[in-house]
Design a protein around this ligand. Sequence first.
Ligand SMILES: O=P(O)(O)O[C@H]1O[C@H](CO)[C@@H](O)[C@H]1O
Ligand SMILES: O=c1cc[nH]c(=O)[nH]1
Length: 239
Amino acid sequence: MSQIHVRANPGDIAPYVLLPGDPNRARWIAETYLQDPVLYTDHRGLLGFTGTYQGVRVSVQTTGMGCPSAAIVAEEIIRLGATHLIRVGTIGGATPRLKPADLVIAQAAVPNDGTTRQLLGGAPYAPCASYAIVEAAVSAARDADVPHHVGLVMTEDAFYASTPEHARSWAARGVLGFEMEASAIFLVAALHGVHAGCLTAVSNDIGDPQLVPDEVLKRGVQLMTETALNAIVRLDRNH
Ligand SMILES: O=P(O)(O)O[C@H]1O[C@H](CO)[C@@H](O)[C@H]1O
Ligand SMILES: O=c1cc[nH]c(=O)[nH]1
């Protein structure tokens, strides 16, 4: 049955789904990397495509920005048959250790968002990535010599609330950077017993209004996407 927001039917979506926030990134990934991509939904601008990568069926589904939208999309694509949800996003670095466009592979997300709080009824919880996806992503990054960091991210609601002071205090607790969807995707996946992961490219240093130059970020997004797709091939092989 078609869902309310992701207007698609079971069978339209592959078990492996890449989840960018940005619809233009979804289109770029589908057109650049997938063989025979088919647009299965454009409802609300949440573009979704399915094609194949190295013989494996893969979908790319836009989440939109923030946990409320990401949680809806995650819930609906799982109902439609998705079993491996991999966010491919951008992240603001919390520490100068992260260089422009570096790849960050999340092990877990500090849930500083309202969506997971509501889903959990306020109970303490640690939304984390599926170990199989972390392992596959790290091994894909290593094999391709992609500079990467593995660790904790923070998921937030208020993009413009972050300050350099906030960033450095969370960096001292091990947070690598800030983004806006991972905690909800991890939690919704866990509630349904499916796998989730999150790969991001560093688009800025928190508190710095300057973004990483377009060409540099483009290369980071390219390496992140290739790492995620190669992780999917590994996951499928071990399935
Ligand atoms: O580049 P995407 O995947 O959208 O991710 C990041 O960018 C948006 C904010 O600029 C938020 O969605 C945040 O999580
Ligand atoms: O949520 C985000 C994503 C990228 N950069 C930020 O500063 N915040």
